[in-house]
Design a protein around this ligand. Sequence first.
Ligand code: SF4
Length: 452
Amino acid sequence: MVSQSENGLKIVKDATCTFCGCVCDDIDLKVDGHQIVEAKRACVLGTSWFMNHEIEDTPPCHIDGKPASVEEGIERAAQLLSAAKYPLIYGLSDTTSESQRVAVGIGDWIGGNVDTTTSVCHGPSGMAFQGVGEVTCSLGEVKNRADMIMFWGSNPAESHPRHFTKYSLMPKGMFLLNGRKDRTCVVVDVRKTKSAKAADIFLQIKPRKDFEGLWTLRALANDVELDPEEVERETGQPLSLWQDLMDRMKAAKFGIIFFGMGVTMTRGKHANSEAILALTRDMNKHTRFVCKPNRGHGNVTGADNVVAWRTGFPFGVNLARGYPRFNPGEYTAADVLARKEADAALIIASDPMSNFSQPAREDLASIPYVAMDPKDTPTTRQAAVSFTVATYGINVPGTVYRMDDVPIPLRPAFDSPLPSDFDILTGIEKRVRELKANGLTKPNLHSSLRPA
Ligand code: SF4
């Protein structure tokens, strides 16, 4: 809802913060022209996201480093992507689901690899979901029902500052009238994080031993006898502590395990995620238990949902044969680039030039690619075609998915003179289709995913 305050400032009620996967949609903004001057209820990260927002004073498009019109940029991008034999589309976690949908469509038309930043954070969980399945729930259910809150390899006190207060630990719920007092909080991690200080029980396990800790709990959930010495040697904690934790988990009415990159990006990776999913499944023989990855980027969950909706797989998908193939490690962006396989790329709302490995960065720098981002980044600087776009959530409407897969509408604060990535992607898709339909570039095999 938008209204005007007494001193002439624009008030945007229930704006959505897209800085982290909590996607808080209760932020009241005060807007003075093109400046947000107050972000009520936002945490320190969200406040910085809103209040430091500035529209880049730059042309919306550059081709080979020189200013160009958006139309020229769309034409060059479409030509470049259509002519490629092994194009790559990557990023997508910091834009709307509407843009994600169009980007996957482009990937389909050009027969490319479609990958998202999930492949470098919760990709192992995405693989585990395919193998084990997920017992899950919404954050609303956590707030209203969960009396046993576990965080494993996750530090929301610093990464998702409102997680505790809005969803998991502090709020009073329908069946937890006393809020925090009615909940037990357990943190399992390799170091004493800020979140550990908020926990009732902190289990510090040996680094790279999450798999062993999780399988200890699985064994206890299934009444398997364990060797106390081996458990302590492998996990760093005595069997008695694990048994005490299991007893509490069984006694809970509704338990949840939130897990983070401390699980998915350490030794074991997808095997660790599988162990958490399997432990959650085991616990349902005793009581209601669910699990949820704590997702980082504002719409990384949307990226998983949209790519899965359009291709059947959440990330690391290859469409070159006209049908989707899923193989993380083969079709994931960092690997495709490190093996020097891609001959063109489309990077959306992501900065692989800052965080990919040296071989992957060197290869990306050696191929023509298109980049779009609200900010000037090392990735946009080296792009053959770069677009400076409006910021989702602050300038651009649309839909994002909260970390619990609930879609949330965006309520932008003010318009931007810059185009949205949705408009640019739509233009590129339209032109790519024309080029393909007229045989102006190498045709791809037909895909059943293409719209009629
Ligand atoms: S917790 Fe995350 S989504 Fe909520 S206000 Fe803070 S940064 Fe924004």
